[in-house]
Design a protein around this ligand. Structure first.
Ligand SMILES: Nc1ncnc2c1ncn2[C@@H]1O[C@H](COP(=O)(O)OP(=O)(O)OP(=O)(O)O)[C@@H](O)[C@H]1O
Ligand SMILES: O=P(O)(O)OC[C@H]1O[C@](O)(CO)[C@@H](O)[C@@H]1O
Ligand SMILES: [Mg+2]
Length: 318
């Protein structure tokens, strides 16, 4: 490896900075020049690239967001955009690239690998929607943020005997909602993997109210319901007051948790070492507490087995 480039892409995720730090430190350790590409694939096309120093990443492990900034690039989705990106890399003699991002970004990384670039991906997304890895960087921090917010909503719900619908992020993956409820933040949960229809939500709520629990939290994954419709339906059907809260972008910010930082550290160093060994077209991950890697072409095709967690849920929410 002559020169290594690193970029962050897609939605920012807490822990991306810790991953950048690990990549830069490992590159320094192996005496490889390291270039930071700003604004993800778009910045790559536009040549927004500078040499990264150890000093620049010294104090970033805890910080949320990404010092390299990020983007969603439509231009990179087209072949012509990717050719431009490849030429920029060639002109700067960057022969290896690390892409930190979600499933979309790893698809982009795969496309560059197919064009002959040496690429390794690191999963960085709050959504945890990559089945090949138990955790993506950012998920744990966001889960903790969600639980903190839910705790606050609980206080006011309890005081007013109120029901609140809380919408959490995750895109098409229900892990943030599911894990929140497993961790005690909420009583009823509806996810893309186990969706509840309006009737079921009401009947679960009414069971709880009949058993004397008047403050209830319904946790739902974004994009599943029109929150206002859901609120009005429950209010009418059960004759209770319902409030809605969409947690929104508060979930993406904030200092990275210790778990995310350590995960980022392990994944970042592994990614550099894979490239040092001449490997390409791989994504690093974590399975059963071990750092693993998988072909980029296969990371999106796996379907996560969530049965264990949903069985747990059944036992907890009775
Ligand atoms: N099929 C694809 N081919 C080439 N590039 C892609 C492809 N899918 C996504 N990308 C690139 O990756 C970028 C980021 O993807 P996306 O917006 O899906 O976010 P992500 O990486 O999944 O992160 P997150 O879901 O956490 O926001 C896209 O804007 C695009 O530039
Ligand atoms: O930042 P944007 O483009 O509005 O995207 C929001 C989406 O990004 C994520 O935060 C990460 O993929 C999703 O959970 C959410 O649906
Ligand atoms: Mg994604």
């Amino acid at each position: 490896m002559k020169k290594l480039g690193v970029l962050t892409s897609g939605g920012d995720a807490p822990g991306m900075n810790a991953a950048i730090r690990a990549v830069v430190k490992a590159a320094n350790h192996y005496q490889v020049e390291i270039m930071g590409i700003q604004y993800g694939f778009q910045g790559l096309i536009d040549g927004k690239i500078h040499k990264l120093t150890s000093q620049e990443v010294e104090d970033i492990a805890d910080r949320g967001g990404t010092i390299l900034k990020t983007s969603r690039s439509l231009e990179f989705m087209e072949e012509i955009g990717r050719e431009k990106a490849l030429n920029v890399l060639k002109n700067l003699e960057i022969d290896c690239l690390i892409v930190i991002g979600g499933e979309g970004s790893l698809k982009g990384a795969e496309k560059l690998h197919e064009l002959g670039m040496k690429v390794v991906g690191i999963p960085g997304t709050i959504d945890n929607d990559l089945a090949y890895t138990d955790y993506s960087i950012g998920f744990d921090t966001t889960l903790n943020t969600v639980l903190e917010c839910i705790g606050k909503i609980k206080d006011t719900d309890y005081s007013h005997d109120k029901t609140t619908i809380v919408e959490v992020m995750g895109r098409y993956c229900g892990d943030l909602a599911l894990y929140s409820v497993l961790a005690g933040g909420g009583e009823i949960v509806s996810t893309p993997e186990k969706p509840l229809d309006l009737y079921s939500i009401c009947s679960k709520l009414s069971q709880r109210i009949n058993s004397g629990k008047n403050d209830n939290l319904v946790i739902v994954t974004e994009r599943m319901y029109d929150l206002q419709d859901l609120q009005q339906y429950i209010e009418k059907k059960l004759n209770i007051n319902v409030r809605t809260t969409s947690l929104g972008f508060i979930q993406r910010g904030g200092n990275a948790s210790a778990f995310d930082r350590v995960l980022a550290c392990k994944m970042g160093v592994k990614a550099v070492e894979l490239l040092m060994n001449g490997e390409s077209g791989l994504a690093v991950g974590i399975k059963d507490n071990k750092i693993i890697y998988k072909q980029l072409g296969k990371v999106n095709s796996e379907i996560a087995d969530k049965q264990d967690n949903y069985s747990l849920l059944e036992k907890l929410l009775c």
